[in-house]
Write a protein that binds this ligand. Sequence first.
Ligand code: MCA
Ligand code: AMP
Length: 495
Amino acid sequence: MTNTLYDALIAPHAKNGGTFLDLNDGTTWSYAYFVQRVAQLAHVLRDAGVTPGDRIVVQAPKTADTIALYGAALQAGAVFLPLNTAYTQTEVQYFVQDATPSLVICDPSRLDDITLIADGVGVMTLSSTGDGTLSLAADDKPTDFETVARGPDDLAALLYTSGTTGRSKGAMLSHKNLLSNAVSLVDLWQITDQDRLIHALPIFHTHGLFVAMNTSLLAGSQVRFMPAFDVDMILAELPKSTMLMGVPTFYTRLLADDRLDVKRTEQMRLFISGSAPLLAETHTAFEAKTGHRILERYGMTETNMITSNPFDGDRIEGTVGYPLPGTEVVVTDNGAPVAPGDIGMIEVRGDNVFQGYWNMPEKTAEELRENGFFITGDLGVAADDGRISIVGRQKDLIISGGYNIYPKEIEDVVNDIDGVLESAVFGVPHADFGESVMAAIVLEDPSLTDTTIASQVEPKLARFKHPRRYIVMDALPRNTMGKVQKNVLRNDFRA
Ligand code: MCA
Ligand code: AMP
């Protein structure tokens, strides 16, 4: 029985006694134990009625069992659908209705909330202390499981990414999409079983789940698995580790600490940054303090990683490097390639590119060309030698601390409030998060206050999407076509 990802990432470790996860409580999971735990959880999934191709929705804390659950979903032939733990009940309800999973897994503290919206679907719990119903059920299960056959084109995961229309779209990722990218990255970044990765990212996004965990599993490296980002903890682990993957906020926060220096980072082999633009000044300051040049790479949920600065060779600040092996990148104007040095739309094709949006054939057709090129919405420039720089975004998107925030989703919620005529949500520079969310609003009812508006937005949207400031205006700035000029708002309120 073959199963593309399971066979490459998990099965080879059945007899590997080396450490896989090094946890906060001082305990470790060997690779061999991980393989057994994956099998136990696969039994629980099957007993809960999960059949091959079924989606399982997972809004769970970052624990070793959550990673094993990802492995179990692969082994049982299911489609793993992780969700940001910050999502509210309203947000989760949309994903459950859209993806029609056969099982939902959540933190015990959310059980009542989630059961209410799960619409008859089974709900199990996974807690950070190991006493959720899923983990307890797994404890008694056999430690082997007959792997379900899955081919390269079968779906392995469904990751939601917001859209400019305000409705989140489920990106369908196949076994081949995920494996091909992991193989390229392990090769390019020269990851081996001698590496020890500091893992402080969340595991519900491409970066922390696929870029970090799939590469570690493929290479058999050790993972110092932290529940969340914490400067003290990372500084303590640097002398014992070889790699760190982070969003730019990780690096600006580390830089602000005097304990970061050459000596502390001597053992480190590679610092990787992605998910948001790394400022050239962060790159330069990091090198000055540690002697390491951060390797910046570029990717998307729909495409996995697209480009990377070289491991050997120049890591140039402000650029995202070259297309990964097997990945084609073109910079276009309406689909036609532009000359090197000219700005255009970044388009990408390769085994890494997703299968389309779940239940949204029209959206898929708009963004994924028949010739296989995916239109990223990012504007870039290719140098003569093919090195890519991102210079802007055509899509209306804010990236705050590595989380993507689509203004339309917030505007829809604000506009729904009685007494609000219209709104425009935009990003302004923020020293810690890169960008931060602001909302310009035009009121019908002048007595409406910021606090009333915020109190109506907050239960509906995850905390990181909440506008940090509301600005009341008489009218939104518009161009002659009537389109709201967000660049004007950004300029006026950047300070
Ligand atoms: C937390 N808060 C945020 C964010 N994170 N607000 C805006 N943007 C954020 N990213 C809120 C908290 O709810 C809290 O609210 C307040 O800000 C301060 O929290 P703090 O403790 O400072 O935050 P933190 O818990 O330290 O988190 C910051 C973080 C975290 C470490 C940067 O956001 C993070 O891990 N980001 C990584 C995201 C990521 O993995 N992105 C990859 C996407 P209150 O005011 O209530 O206190 S995958 C992707 O983009 C593609 C494929 C790619 O290329 O990788
Ligand atoms: P997501 O929708 O979460 O997959 O985020 C993908 C988006 O993050 C891309 O389309 C880019 O706009 C942005 N992104 C990812 N990596 C980088 C990077 N290194 N520099 C600039 N933007 C990036």
